[in-house]
Design a protein around this ligand. Sequence first.
Ligand code: HEM
Length: 470
Amino acid sequence: MNPFSTGIGWHLAPEDSPSGIGGGQDEEAGPADGFVGPQPPFARKMSPATFINFGMRISQTMFEDAPNAPGVLAYPVSGRATPTLMVYSPAYVKSLLVVDPALAPSATRMSPLRPILGPDSVLTAIGDRHKRQRALLMPQFHGRSIANYREGIEKATARHLDSWPVGKPVAVADIGQEITLDVIMQAIFGVAEKSDATPAENRLRRSVIRLLRLSTTTTARVAQMINARREDPNFAQRMVLAPMDRAIFEVIGERRAGSRSGHDILSVLLTATTEDGDSLSDSEIRDELVTLLLAGHETTSNTTAWAFERLTRHRAVYDAARDAAASGDDDYLEAVLNETMRSRPVVPVFGREVLVPWRLGPHVAPAGSVVLASSLLLHHRDDLYPRPFAFDPERFVGVKPAPNTLMPFGGGNRRCLGSTLAMAELRIVTGEILRRVDLQTHDRPGERPVNRNVTMIPGDGGTVVATRVR
Ligand code: HEM
């Protein structure tokens, strides 16, 4: 029986229950090239109202529908002739990533992120513009650059752990956010500490925190879904974005006036030119900065929060992770992080728009369909990960995951630009917390995953209580 059709939240599934998720293994997938087959059947009906609800509880919906489907879920989209599909077999996911991106460009420009990030960011652009922006930013996120950020990450972590209160419930996501914001502010603006920043840079930092707090409210999440697939922000979103945009344009103005220069990302963007010799406009730079600020910290802070949400509810694993951190056993810590991102990927789907008919085993998706690769479902297939609801880092110890089976950072030409930075932050921050702070759970069952925009975050921010801080 499908345990999720009984109304149980997937996050509370008993560790030994099977997920019943499978299908699509080893089947042919990719541009149909003349292959004819039926469209995948719809998993459920969808009205505009249920579409909003669907977006807000997309993780739960996937688990409810997948056990009855053949490796692909199809949903009708009101006002569009083509469906939205969700795929979760390695073969189907791979087909989207290895193909010429012109046939299956990223669908982020059609996601709820588009009105917030704007049209000109590396995340929302496609084609030549995407290629150019990615090539421009890539060196900033390579291994050598990350080594330069290491000291900044260590210092930011130490600063924020010193003030961790004992005996009081604390959301790890909040502490993680302070650390990861410091790190990304340093990467983008070259500012190591708040005291070195200009007033506009500090206002920008505060407005980013406020924007994320507001975006967790139900009203904001409904507003995002109502505005999904529209290109521009709606009134509510404009109101929320305005203070951040004002601060960003002020910072760009200061830097154009020569307030500071260096090897930070903003300096790179300010001096970059296109093949035609044009420089980037303020609004193009704004889109890039908002993308890096938002993509570059809340994913990492919520992954840290999920790590401790899981660890504090699995005492034996917590103790093993603490011992590993103390003895410098990086392999086990890496396995803990992989298991966290397997069981709670903060970006549970990533999408492409297929511009030609697309074969998925016996089915064909029409050209124009949005196909979402569901890392959340892929990571919970019984055939890839036995006991998928157990939190068990041992499954990754000394094991390299098979290709296209562990995909928290997506893949292909759109694979997360910040994955090396994110992993460096996760290793340092998680290791340091394990070494310096003794934590226990806030004494609740597992936290409810909340879908906010494109992320899946812990409902209580990974709330824990410190019993001792060293
Ligand atoms: C645990 C942390 C993170 C996770 C789980 C994560 C996950 C993802 C995913 C799933 C994608 C979409 C990939 C695809 O469509 O194939 C993505 C894209 C992206 N991420 Fe991350 N991310 C994280 C941290 C970061 C950080 C620290 C940065 C740094 C600035 C960053 C910047 C980006 C950018 C710019 C893109 C767009 C890449 C493109 O379209 O070419 N991310 N990320």
